[in-house]
Design a protein around this ligand. Structure first.
Ligand code: NOJ
Length: 540
């Protein structure tokens, strides 16, 4: 069924997804924090049906649920509502309608591993040993000496166990103590969480991005985890998590079974896209999340690119690994930025942003872009005493994620057009220069380059839905071909700081270059491309 304009089935395979961190996108209430109305206001920027807009096919919204914001939305206190600071269910419904009217699908974050300590489920569970919801969370007696039940560390530093004086037990939290883990071994929890999915499906969402979903089941006996012999020596003293091998706290067999159940549950609702946030511990664990013949995640996110050195050979090996391992029914994705990682432009340098964009939008798989990367937003500068991210506060400033969540820079006006008051995180110093309005008016800007790339991709079956073959190329270059039926695209990316000559055979024309706007005809011979240049050649 093809409900919306522009789309062919399955949309999640062909389309470009754009992640919005709602707190930082656009503020319409003047409280310094982004909101859903702000997203509605910016939908035309994302896709108004013309190449003057970005042209994305879907948005993924990081959490907008009621939350005390100990982990900025990933501590949900009510799965069935919208945080009043961000809007209401009515605003959400309007957002879905307005997005759909423009052919934009809406994917929402689903946080299944833990709730906020403020969720009524936890309040009840916490209230007494015999509360009917006691077993909705993971409670254990202390060891005989009063210590925590095992050696597991919290992702955000220290032990994963919090002592509760009033009921004389510990509860388990893989993240903050304000984020207690749900007990997915209790069928009532499974039912309640499936009801959450149904609630949003009935409201018309087109998919879910499932937060740290590999962690929802723990080994039933929760044995001590072994130390990781390869852990770096310089970890912070409280980084227990970083020192351990995570063999009992994630990717248990039951998780894969539950993903199959999620897949079954969403099927009656049409082309729903299930994206899994899978932490990368080797391809064998991650590949399993596709299930068999499409009964798992549609897109277990390929996050590994962000952790690789930005070198042609390493990136080539990662692409090759995906190409060689994925079974026919599995479709890759490519993520180069998100709300947990160093900004793309900071990680690679501004000189590489176009090359990175070309890589992300031409390799086989669904590109998942992060808001602001299209204008080259860099990591914000946050003084250590101003850090808000709990990871940065508890473990160390090197983990601070505020830097990649600074407000979107819309124009050169006050607060970069993001808000009318002081934003929750500081606007970056370059906002007067680096903003949407400036780049909109400059045909050579990064923003306009992203637009061209995305719209080219939209019109090209070879770029969206075809095979990928890596070709021989000079050192420091990644050269590959995408082909479907008679349509063939040849892509060359030069990671070197100098120009290179690349052999080319056949006939074609350069339809897009990171550096040049001319359409250049090519025939067998070689092509010289500049330092950090990438080209897409449409072959005849
Ligand atoms: C992964 C999310 O991406 C991150 O932002 C969050 O802090 C943790 N999960 C805990 O929910």
């Amino acid at each position: 069924m093809n409900k919306y304009p522009f789309q062919q089935a399955p949309w999640w395979k062909l389309g470009t997804i754009y992640q919005i961190y709602p707190y930082s996108f656009s503020d319409t209430t003047g409280n310094g924090m982004g909101d859903l109305e702000g997203i509605i206001k910016r939908l035309d920027y994302l896709n108004d049906g013309t190449p003057d807009s970005l042209g994305v096919d879907a948005i993924w919204l990081s959490p907008f649920y009621p939350s005390p914001k100990a982990d900025f939305g990933y501590d949900v206190s009510d799965y069935l509502d919208v945080d009043p600071e961000l809007g209401s269910l009515e605003t959400f419904d309007r957002l879905v309608d307005e997005a759909h009217r423009r052919g934009i699908r809406v994917i929402i974050d689903f946080v299944p591993n833990h709730t906020s300590e403020e969720h009524t489920w936890f309040k009840e569970s916490h209230s007494s040993l015999d509360n009917p919801r006691r077993d909705w969370y993971i409670w254990r007696d202390p060891t005989p000496d009063g210590g925590p039940p095992n050696n597991w560390g919290s992702h955000f530093g220290g032990s994963a166990w919090e002592w509760d004086e009033s009921t004389g037990q510990y509860y388990f939290h893989q993240f903050l103590k304000e984020q207690p883990d749900l007990n997915w071994r209790n069928p009532e929890v499974v039912w309640a969480m499936k009801d959450v999915l149904i609630f949003w499906l009935e409201r018309g969402v087109d998919g879910f991005r499932m937060d740290v979903v590999g962690m929802i089941y723990k080994h039933p006996e929760m044995p001590d985890q072994p130390l990781d012999p390869n852990a770096p020596d310089d970890l912070r003293p409280n980084d227990i998590y970083g020192r351990q091998l995570h063999i009992y706290d994630q990717d248990q067999d039951e998780v894969y079974e539950m993903v199959r159940e999620f897949n079954q549950l969403v099927r009656p609702y049409g082309e729903i896209c299930l994206i899994g946030e899978i932490l990368y511990f080797g391809a064998d664990r991650w590949l399993r999340y596709y299930g068999t013949e499409g009964d798992g995640f549609h897109l277990p996110m390929q996050l590994q690119f962000m952790h690789l050195p930005w070198e042609a050979d390493t990136i080539k090996s990662a692409v090759q690994e995906i190409e060689s391992l994925l079974p026919a029914h599995a479709w890759p994705s490519c993520v180069l930025g998100n709300h947990d990682e160093v900004r793309l432009a900071t990680r690679y340098g501004q000189e590489y942003t176009r090359l990175a964009a070309m890589l992300q939008l031409t390799v086989r798989g669904t590109p998942i872009l992060y808001y602001g990367d299209e204008i080259g937003l860099e990591n914000g500068v946050i003084d250590d005493d101003k850090i808000q991210d709990p990871w940065g506060i508890i473990v160390g400033p090197e983990f601070n994620r505020d830097c990649c969540r600074t407000p979107m820079q819309w124009d050169a006006g006050p607060q970069a057009g993001f808000s009318t008051s002081v934003p929750w995180l500081p606007i970056s110093a370059d906002a007067g220069e680096r903003n949407v309005a400036n780049q909109d008016g400059d045909q050579f800007s990064l923003l306009n380059f992203y637009r061209s790339l995305i719209w080219h991709r939209r019109g090209s079956e070879a770029l969206r839905n075809s095979t990928l073959e890596i070709l021989e190329g000079p050192p420091g270059c990644l050269v590959f071909e995408r082909q479907v039926d008679a349509e063939r695209a040849w892509i060359a990316l030069n990671f070197n700081g100098n120009e290179v000559e690349i052999p080319f055979s056949g006939e074609g024309e350069i339809i897009l270059s990171t550096h040049n706007q001319d359409i250049i005809n090519l025939s067998t011979g070689s092509l010289t491309i500049e330092a950090y240049e990438g080209v897409i050649v449409s072959c005849r």
